[in-house]
Design a protein around this ligand. Structure first.
Ligand code: IVH
Length: 669
């Protein structure tokens, strides 16, 4: 019996240690087999000696029966909320107030991510997890202990090798779903015929409030610990020390928390979070800045629910609700019908979105997206916006389920669906949207005007597989052509030269050459004059495009919809890469300033600017900012990191400059 008890204790320690290494440190040291062996051995001991089972045993992560209701719990200390700072000025106003209230005494600030999840409180008595609760209204929360036990990164018992354990400690943190988990949970929701969750926060909340802990256990929930609440016998005197204590006691603490003596540094760290957001595997809605010293925190106190010693530096959310006005159709180069969403313009993560992809008819029907619906839009990084699904609540009567039209919107021929494929196609092999027509148009007189590359040659190049997309012309070599019938060395070289020369065709022609439906040479020139660059046109909403003189709203929508198609987007990228002219004089207002006419690409993490911040700064100086390095790039502004663009710039001989060098340039150096 004593032997069993000792062994059980040892196994629990081994299992928690392995758990911590696997789920918190992401550095496992034992094999799955070894770990499973320990769990089975512990289960066997506990089966034989039920009196040895403790609630904090790793065998108890899943095991509680479903409950019908969550009990109410009163928090030992209220769980506060956070005031927001949305701009630098608001941040500085907060700092000024701290300085005033602390009579000019120095203070340290801690910056940390503001994770978009659900606040929870975890109570430990003598190192054992005894109760977990949601924030609720801050005073009363719900007891979700059984569900929280299933979250692998929450320690059930604390290690005692870092000093004596306090009689009581309340750990606070955010339970969240990593983005991948969010996508997976939503797929499962849709497959089960349920509505998808609006954002990772809602899905985390939904997962944590499951009546059956076994359901919660299947959701990949994770924790970031960010504070200590009530405690007895802890002896920690600052927030920074509290974070260290949490880490030492196996709680997951963000590796990116920082301590600052200078508030300007803290603000720069907040901007850093803004810029890195798209690369993170979880959603953040900004950064939190906290005064570290507990003594100073006490002196500063709170206004209502918001402590004066903390502030949330917010960034706009990456999901938003809007109305799906219509479902439009794009016909791709292969004749594929690609539906897209025409949206009431909405700001998502700082960018106005009016179009989104919809993939195919099956996907639209499975998600049950209908014209006129309120829909959830998601934008992650630079990716084309997605329609996640209809919002949980619809304002009025919904429209009919959507279906693919019978006829091609470009040539009016019947639309067919290939066996076993989700995609629909235009049945007309000569549909103007198709490859051959498009390629012939691309090299034609009024477009790229490639001398010596006519109808017959285009057909031949397609047949032998040398050219399938416009960018393929720019990869051809004289040797490729010589291998074809009817070419002599001289004629092959001349053709290649003509292709090379076409790179100098002005931007308006390139735009026309793309063959965007309804964009003839005049419209193309008007768009080129109005936007001045492919980047600007591509980023424009249908409404902005319609503001160009001579471009109506129907064509504007077609143009915006064309760029939403990933295939089209990749053609534009490849042509930019090939060095075609993607900018031209903007007739409406030509830029002025020390960097007028210069094209910049930015890469890596900058010290003094966020991504949006630097773009604004550069355009303010008259420069144009594009995404990829090409022969047309004047400078690559590089911060820390940013490998591939740097390599590309070096390869093309584009000067790579630092922030300091930019300042010199801007000053006329
Ligand atoms: S501190 C000062 N730190 O934001 C006490 N909260 O808007 C407030 N949150 O309810 C909590 N990340 O759910 C704190 N690093 C972080 C946070 C964080 C996310 C959430 C938390 C809180 C809400 C307040």
């Amino acid at each position: 019996m004593v032997k069993a008890q000792t062994r059980a204790a040892e196994l629990r320690r081994l299992i928690s240690e392995a758990n911590h290494r696997y789920h918190v440190l992401d550095a496992p040291t034992v094999s799955d087999g070894e770990y499973d062996g320990w769990v089975r051995e512990l289960q066997a001991i506990e089966a034989e000696h039920p009196e040895l089972v403790t609630p904090d045993s790793p065998t108890q992560r899943v095991g509680a029966p479903p409950s019908t209701q969550f009990a109410e719990v009163e928090h030992l200390q209220p769980m506060l909320s956070l005031a927001n700072a949305r701009t630098d000025d608001e941040f500085w106003a907060w700092v000024e107030r701290l300085r005033r209230l602390l009579d000019g005494e120095p203070f340290q600030l801690v910056t940390e991510p503001k994770i978009d999840g659900l606040a929870i409180s975890l109570l430990y008595e003598r190192g054992s997890f005894v109760r977990g609760a949601t924030r609720g209204d801050g005073v009363i929360g719900e007891d979700v202990t059984a569900n929280l036990r299933t979250v692998r990164s929450i320690p059930l018992s604390l290690p005692d090798d870092a000093g004596p354990l306090p009689a009581l400690v309340e750990v606070r943190g955010e339970v969240y779903l990593p983005l991948q988990g969010f996508a997976r949970v939503n797929e499962e929701q849709v497959a089960a015929g349920a509505r998808p969750f609006m954002n990772p926060r809602n899905s985390a909340a939904g997962s944590l409030r499951q009546k059956d802990p076994a359901v919660t256990a299947r959701r990949p929930l994770a924790l970031w610990a960010y504070a200590i609440g009530a405690s007895d016998g802890l002896g920690v005197e600052s927030h920074w020390d509290a974070l260290a204590w949490l880490r030492d006691h196996h709680f997951p603490v963000s590796p990116d928390v920082r301590l600052h003596d200078d508030p300007a540094e803290a603000l720069a760290a907040c901007h850093g979070w803004e810029a890195r957001r798209a690369d993170l595997p979880f959603d953040v809605d900004g950064a939190v800045v906290k005064v570290s010293s507990y003594e100073q925190q006490r002196r500063l106190g709170s206004v209502g629910r918001d402590p004066r010693w903390a502030v949330a530096f917010k960034v706009p959310p990456t999901t938003a609700l809007t109305t799906l006005e219509r479902i439009g159709l794009n016909v791709g180069r292969t004749g594929a019908m690609n539906p897209y969403a025409v949206l009431e313009p909405v700001n998502v993560g700082g960018v106005t979105v009016s179009m989104a992809t919809l993939h195919n008819e099956d996907d639209i029907r499975r998600k049950d997206i209908r014209e006129g619906d309120r829909v959830i839009i998601q934008r992650a990084g630079d990716v084309i916006p997605q329609v996640v699904g209809p919002a949980p609540e619809q304002p009025g009567r919904r429209g009919e389920p959507w279906s693919m039209p019978d006829r091609c919107p470009v040539c009016d021929h019947p639309v067919v669906r290939a066996e076993g494929e989700a995609r629909h196609y235009c049945s007309n092999r000569a549909c103007p949207s198709r490859g051959y027509e498009g390629l012939r148009h691309f090299v034609s007189r009024g477009a790229m005007d490639v001398d010596g590359v006519g109808e017959k040659l285009v057909r031949k190049l397609m047949e032998v597989g040398l050219v399938a997309r416009p960018q393929d012309f720019y990869r051809l070599t004289a040797a490729d052509l010589l291998a074809l019938d009817g070419f002599q060395e001289r004629s092959a070289e001349k053709a290649i030269e003509a292709i090379e020369t076409s790179k100098r065709q002005p931007f308006g022609r390139v735009l026309f050459a793309l063959g965007i439906p309804h964009v003839g040479s005049v419209t193309a020139q008007a768009l080129a004059d109005g936007f001045g660059s492919m980047e600007a046109l591509r980023a424009a909403t249908a409404e902005e495009i319609a503001e160009v003189e001579g471009v109506g709203s129907v064509i504007a929508e077609q143009v915006a919809g064309w760029f939403v198609d990933e295939e089209h987007s990749s053609v534009v990228d490849a042509l930019t890469e090939a060095g075609l002219t993607m900018t031209g004089p903007k007739r409406a207002q030509a830029p002025t300033g020390p960097l007028a006419g210069k094209t910049f690409v930015v890469t890596g993490t900058l010290e003094g600017f966020s991504r949006e911040g630097i773009a604004e700064h550069l355009t303010g100086l008259g420069a144009r900012v594009t995404n990829s390095v090409s022969a047309g790039t004047d400078y690559l502004l590089a911060g820390a990191g940013g490998g591939s663009k740097r390599a590309k710039a070096e390869q093309l001989g584009v000067p790579v400059i630092s922030e300091a060098e930019l300042a010199d340039l801007a000053a006329g150096g």
